[in-house]
Design a protein around this ligand. Structure first.
Ligand code: C2E
Ligand code: MG
Ligand code: MG
Ligand code: MG
Length: 286
């Protein structure tokens, strides 16, 4: 009966949350050491211009190789990092590393026009965030247009402080992308006037294109409205030719997904850049 069932559910819930918080504690302790022990790496996923087929940049994605547990996915450790404040040193490391990497590629004659970096709302709320970005760029003699920061809808919904911070960052010339668009609650009209350059349509909408006419209708409407707002449109999680063709036809600007490449660790991405030498030209049409 319902009562009996409810009890079981409660017990199960308690045990699993206790386990989860224990695991989070472990992760938090280990994450603390991860930076110093060089356990963090960045993977880079190419972003391709839908019109010219050229590489216009890449997204940097954090990877953690735990000495005993192996690879731990960011969906597991990023929330722990946010709750514990560890996201601040972690996020700083990411920005520093990305700027050094862009410079290193440049020195090897490999031009990556810009790199997208995911930034948590915890970082965004920090007053020194615009300064941190500026300092890392200047250290490597890079123009601010080398960096795009990706923020989620929920970051923007943190309120006026977050929006003011984004505006300040954007005023320095760093681009702003709204990540995972469509998974939150904001409508496109709510984005009017926000300091955003780029809209990344969430993977779930791309996947829905394979499900028939509703998915296509929604995608088509989102792209049209984003263009109306003068936003560059990026589709993430593009996996097959059918999705690519549809998105190209609807005028999406940039494509990212397994169809072109999975995120690649530094050495593999550097090799990718050499193999796709036609991508080395700076794309001006995206
Ligand atoms: P995200 O920023 O939306 O990144 C896109 C995710 O989709 C990545 O997962 C990427 O590997 C995956 N992906 C890309 N193309 C495809 C595809 O065609 N098919 C499928 N199935 N997946 C695809 P990943 O690397 O596991 O990262 C998960 C999330 O963790 C990111 O989502 C981002 O929110 C967060 N994250 C990663 N690195 C950082 C970081 O440095 N800082 C912060 N704050 N968050 C990060
Ligand atoms: Mg992202
Ligand atoms: Mg995303
Ligand atoms: Mg995501």
């Amino acid at each position: 009966d319902a009562k009996h069932h409810g009890k079981n559910t409660y017990r199960f819930f308690c045990r699993s949350t206790a386990l989860a918080s224990l695991r989070n504690l472990e992760i938090k302790d280990d994450l603390h050491k991860a930076i110093d022990h060089n356990e963090l790496q960045l993977a880079y996923q190419p972003q391709i211009c839908a019109r010219s087929g050229r590489l216009v940049g890449c997204e940097a994605l954090l990877r953690w190789h735990h000495p005993d547990k192996g690879w731990i996915p960011p969906d597991v450790f990023i929330p722990v990092a946010e709750q514990s404040g560890l996201i601040l040193p972690l996020g700083r490391w990411v920005i520093l590393e990305v700027c050094q990497q862009i410079k290193a590629w440049q020195d090897q004659g490999k031009i990556v026009p810009r790199v997208s970096v995911n930034v948590s709302f915890v970082q965004l709320l920090r007053e020194d965030m615009p300064r941190l970005l500026q300092d890392c760029l200047t250290q490597q003699h890079l123009p601010p247009s080398s960096l795009t920061i990706e923020v989620t809808e929920s970051s923007i919904m943190q309120g006026e402080v977050a929006i003011a911070r984004l505006r300040k960052i954007r005023d320095t010339g760093v681009r702003i992308a709204l990540d995972d668009f469509g998974t939150g609650y904001s409508s496109l009209s709510a984005l009017k006037g926000l300091p955003i350059d780029e809209l990344k349509i969430d993977k779930s909408f791309v996947t829905d294109l394979n499900q028939g006419s509703d998915g296509k209708a929604i995608m088509s409407a989102v792209i049209a409205m984003a263009k109306q707002l003068n936003l560059a449109v990026v589709a993430e999680g593009v996996e097959n030719e059918f999705e690519l063709a549809y998105l190209q036809q609807k005028g999406v600007d940039i494509i990212q997904g397994y169809y072109f490449s999975k995120p690649l660790l530094k050495a593999a991405f550097t090799a990718y850049l050499s193999q796709h030498s036609e991508f080395r030209l700076l794309a001006t049409d995206c």
